[in-house]
Design a protein around this ligand. Sequence first.
Ligand code: XIL
Length: 355
Amino acid sequence: MSRIIRSVLIVFLFFPGALAFAQEAAAPAAPFLRDLAAEHNLLIGTSLQRGGLNNPGVRKTAPREFDSLTIENELKPASVSGGPGSYFYIAPDYMIAWGEEHGMKIRGHTLVWHNSVPSWLKKANLKKDQVLAFLQDYIATVVGRYKGRIYAWDVLNEVLDEKGRLRDGKTSFWAETCGDGYIEEPFRWARAADPKARLFINDYGVAVVNAKSNGLYALVKKLLARQVPIDGVGFQCHVAEKSPPNFKSVAENVRRFIALGLEVQFTELDVRIQGEPTPEQLKHQAEIYAGFFEIAVLTRGVTGVTLWGAADPVSWIPGAYNGFGSALLFDDEYNPKPAYFAVKEALGRGRLKNK
Ligand code: XIL
């Protein structure tokens, strides 16, 4: 018997407690992600769906690790608005109260999105002024209801096309009915309804310097010049493990938005893997997560990173990307994956603290 094995056996024979310790070593232990992120003034969040909150694994994992909660679907206009003057608040009320109970800040998602137009509104055949009147009333009502409780709102979501131009009427109800008349006012209405809420424009495919993020940059610069009250830019960051972004480009991109006086958040981070993940893929996934978190802790002005889901069983990925999954930090049993430890390490590096 080798000396090492003999010593291990002796340890467990005389100190049975050591066995329990060894078994627990893989489970997350304090400090948790939220504790470490707080030292960088960085919020670390998860999105959650109302249904996910029935899940004991989610209820345990999410508040332990995350101090920010994005309401994944239940504050989208198609979920909230049942008709003129009719609102569904039961699910978001419950979720927001649950998050608050666990010391989580709440992100509101979202006020204007082409993919979440209330079905009654699509059918109502309204003119531009009527559509905008609805939108103003909707924003005043919903943002007003949660005044002081939702710290940030994604006011506009995905308003740009792949080339970085505003969407046209073919892909967006808002563009179809209002031209580009729906871009500025929602920020003013949201500001009026809750002056302290941070107001974001959010989009996908904009984490690196490319045609789309150039368009976003130009749009945001124009909005600022026109005194539109916008505080931040959200990069969604739904990434495929096979095609990670160039992180030098992400860092450069983040910096140019911050130089405009805005904050930047990675608002919907996940790294999807095709098929049953191999150890190599999980390691690569971990490196990609570390890449985002390194930028977040190193760059003053990056104020939050939100994972799009608390754990693999409640991720939107398998439903949205056929054959993909395993996109988050915790596996099907809510055990931490290599990506969890990589994020922890990136957040734990002392030399980066107090950026
Ligand atoms: C997704 C949710 O995760 C799904 O549950 C839902 O069926 C569709 O929307 N970009 C966004 C998010 O801004 O709102 C989307 O969330 C994911 C892509």
